[in-house]
Design a protein around this ligand. Structure first.
Ligand SMILES: C[S@@+](CC[C@H](N)C(=O)[O-])C[C@H]1O[C@@H](n2cnc3c(N)ncnc32)[C@H](O)[C@@H]1O
Length: 222
């Protein structure tokens, strides 16, 4: 494949193949929500591709590290039942763990030994990024997105603070597991550039329509 410099784009395809076309050090920040490796199927029988096998973990995080600028950050959600696999992949790629973010929910997503009422993400560094003057708290805001567009749709307001804090104005945000485009919408609302990659045409089409319909009024108000 040839090198390309996509900006403000949603790309339908396998993120490994798409990132392989990107130059080194292309993006300012990665905010992503990979499959949690739990074979999740929601009440409407919607599922998530690559939510069973973990073969993609190491190669994909290696590519994410390569396309991220030096001294930059990534926020990655993760499935806590497979934390050992996620940790191994992040560290093997070269990321340093520099923060852990918890998003308490007012509702439980599921119940077992506990009622599962939080989401979590790690803040990972490539190199030694500059620290913000006013660091964000590591307990994030969460509201129920309704999951109308995607079975694990992340709420926009949970994402925007991290984009604002960790991406320069007009900087480029990458989400290689874009789903319904929540990270891309959040980046657009924050006045940042974005690249989203999604393998499933159904979610890709929804994300595309969602971003196309985002009005400039909403972008200015955010
Ligand atoms: C947890 S979901 C992301 C949901 C998203 N945060 C949202 O708010 O809609 C993970 C997404 O990654 C996609 N995916 C899985 N493997 C992929 C791959 N190799 N390349 C691109 N997308 C992939 C899945 O189809 C799924 O939509």
């Amino acid at each position: 494949m040839t090198n390309s410099n996509p900006i403000n784009d949603l790309i339908l395809g396998d993120n490994l193949a798409v990132m392989a076309t990107m130059p080194d050090h292309h993006v300012d920040f990665i905010l992503t929500d990979p499959p949690y490796l739990v074979n999740y199927i929601d009440r409407s029988q919607r599922s998530i591709k690559n939510d069973i096998n973990a073969d993609w973990l190491m190669p994909t995080f290696n590519e994410m590290y390569r396309v991220l600028k030096p001294d930059s950050l990534m926020v990655s959600f993760y499935g806590w039942t497979k934390i050992d696999l996620f940790f191994a992949a992040w560290k093997a790629a070269g990321f340093r763990v520099v923060g852990h973010i918890v998003f308490p929910k007012r509702y439980a997503s599921s119940a077992g030994f506990l009622a599962y009422q939080h989401e979590s993400a790690f803040l990972l560094a490539k190199g030694h990024p500059e620290k913000p003057v006013k660091p964000l708290g590591d307990v994030g805001n969460w509201y129920y997105s309704g999951n109308k567009l995607h079975p694990t749709q992340k709420p926009i307001s949970a994402l925007t603070p991290f984009i604002q804090s960790f991406t320069p104005e007009n900087g480029l945000v990458l989400d290689p597991f874009a789903g319904s485009g929540s990270t891309c919408e959040a980046a657009k609302l924050c006045g940042r550039q974005y690249i989203g990659i999604e393998i499933d045409r159904q979610y890709f089409d929804l994300a595309k329509a969602r971003l196309d319909s985002l009005s400039s009024r909403e972008i200015i108000a955010a």
